[in-house]
Design a protein around this ligand. Sequence first.
Ligand code: NAD
Length: 301
Amino acid sequence: MEAKIAVGFIGLGAMGAPMSARVAQAGFALTVFDADAARAAEVADRTGARLARDAADAADGADLLVTMLPTSAIVEAVLGGPNGALSRLKPGAVVVEMSSGVPARTVEIARMVRERGGALIDAPVSGGVAKAVSGELAIMVGGDAAPVSLAEPVLQAMGASIVRVGAVGAAHAMKALNNLVSAGGFLIGVEALLIGARFGLDPETMVDVLNASTGMNNSTQKKFKQFVLSRRFNAGFGLDLMVKDLGIALAVAKDTDTPTPFAALCRELWAAAQKTLGPGQDHTAVARFSEMIAGSELGRG
Ligand code: NAD
């Protein structure tokens, strides 16, 4: 029988907690770590994973080291440095960078990993907390064929769609562009609801009609009734993270010398919402900012 693949998993937040649980359920030998000790202990307890003392301990003995952290800067800090996870990376191990990161920094981090005798692939995800829980994430993958093949069984435990998009960094570019489309769809949809409400249309009925029509998108289907009209604003994806992703998309536009006025306006609006609403908001709360601009509120009754 083949030896069990050993997986170290660093970053057990809104996404990392359910994703690591899927890895444990699939039978891989799992070790977990998070800077939030209580969160890490809770995940270890629930999944039966080994609880690592620090990031380096999470890498100890791991064939695959998954990172699911807020930003590339944090990934770099966790992996690098004298006590970073790479200090204990097993030769031939693969770092699976599943955070939504900055492509150019990912290429740099991959170089750091190579110097330690390992390989890095970027494998960011789409689908939010719900798909992380059900193991049906859309996973985009950048990197060489050999490390991708090694990671594939573990990725399959977390995702329903796994698509290779190119070299290291390509998946991070793809992920930022996906979120650009998603962010634009959200804002234009909310503005349509605000206009319609002032005209006298019922927002709930509008969402139903959009979902049966060509105006349908992921926000009309999965966000407007659930998190905006309900006033719950708790989809589980932070506004700060969305603004980060839009910054990445715009950086890719700049690097590729692509004029994108619509994308730039979209990022400006999300960034203004972040400034106005303050840190720690759910991304669906951006609707509140659109309401402030419009001078009217959506919602049930
Ligand atoms: P989160 O803020 O809920 O979780 C991040 C986790 O990282 C936290 O538990 C935090 O304690 C931990 N952490 C931070 N710094 C650390 C460090 N130095 N060492 C160890 N642990 C550290 O974020 P999330 O929503 O799970 O998102 C993670 C990544 O996935 C982000 O890049 C985000 O953009 C991306 N993403 C999120 C969603 C979503 O719906 N939430 C969907 C797709 C992609």
